[in-house]
Design a protein around this ligand. Structure first.
Ligand code: DC
Length: 230
């Protein structure tokens, strides 16, 4: 069967990575979390004090760090899940903290950061048989992807999911604060100049506000079959 390219884009905390991982496992494709790459660069920026106290960014330092950064994904044998590595260090946990979440959008809005990461993403997907999730995969990274999904859900539902996720990790935060962070990220992601979050014309919309995981998985596999059998 033809090994296609699958792009899954959408708002934050829509469950994109959960659905993409599950689909990848089911059909034997490689899964790449492009958001993890922007998060890894943000972690690197925070560790190296790229942000001044007023939030301004030291671009010269960031450009140097970006040039030296090596991001990779390696399978965890125990959990059978791919984890993010930054310069050979497993940063899977460290890139999911509140601190990284609240600094990642300005980093992801920088044209030179996007240029470097998009190049790397295309390299990872050059042979097909890949599912990549993010914000600009169907519009910029793989505009010719055979299957494009644009995922959405209401901001309150997404904030609830994020709130539960943080609580599980012992990083509990007030719900209103989580909701504010989700809405702020939506705004920055969809209003930035370079590759803003938007639905590709040929993407299929999936509103999963009221879908169970099983219903969503069935929806995805049906679309995948349609695209590969066509
Ligand atoms: O999907 P996520 O929440 O882990 O993404 C983290 C941030 O990276 C988010 O603010 C949007 C940004 N991002 C992006 O700009 N382009 C992508 N392809 C993926 C993520």
């Amino acid at each position: 069967m033809k090994r296609i390219t699958i792009a899954i884009d959408g708002y934050s905390s829509c469950g994109k990575s959960t659905m993409a991982k599950q689909l990848a496992k089911e059909i034997g494709y490689i899964y790449v979390d492009s958001g993890a790459m922007y998060r890894a660069i943000t972690l690197l920026a925070l560790r190296n004090h790229v942000f001044a106290t007023d939030g301004t960014i030291d671009h010269e330092l960031l450009r140097t760090l970006l040039k030296e950064a090596k991001i990779s994904f390696r399978r965890n044998e125990k959990s059978d899940v791919a984890e993010t590595y930054l310069n050979d260090e497993n940063v899977e946990r460290d890139i999911r903290t509140k601190e990284v979440s609240s600094h990642v959008s300005p980093i992801a809005a920088l044209p030179y950061v996007r240029e470097a990461l998009v190049e790397e993403q295309r390299r990872l997907g050059k042979d097909g048989g890949i599912i990549m999730d993010g914000r600009d995969i169907g519009t910029t990274v793989f505009p010719k992807a055979e299957m494009k999904v644009f995922v959405t859900a209401s901001s309150r539902i997404r904030a609830h999911r994020r709130y539960d996720e943080l609580k599980q990790k012992g990083q509990e935060a007030p719900f209103e604060e989580v909701l504010k962070n989700v809405e702020e990220r939506d705004y920055i992601d969809s209003h930035r100049e370079v590759s803003p979050l938007r639905q590709a014309e040929d993407a299929v919309v999936l509103d999963n506000s009221n879908l169970t995981r099983e219903e969503q998985a069935a929806w995805l596999i049906t679309l995948y079959k349609e695209r590969t059998e066509a």
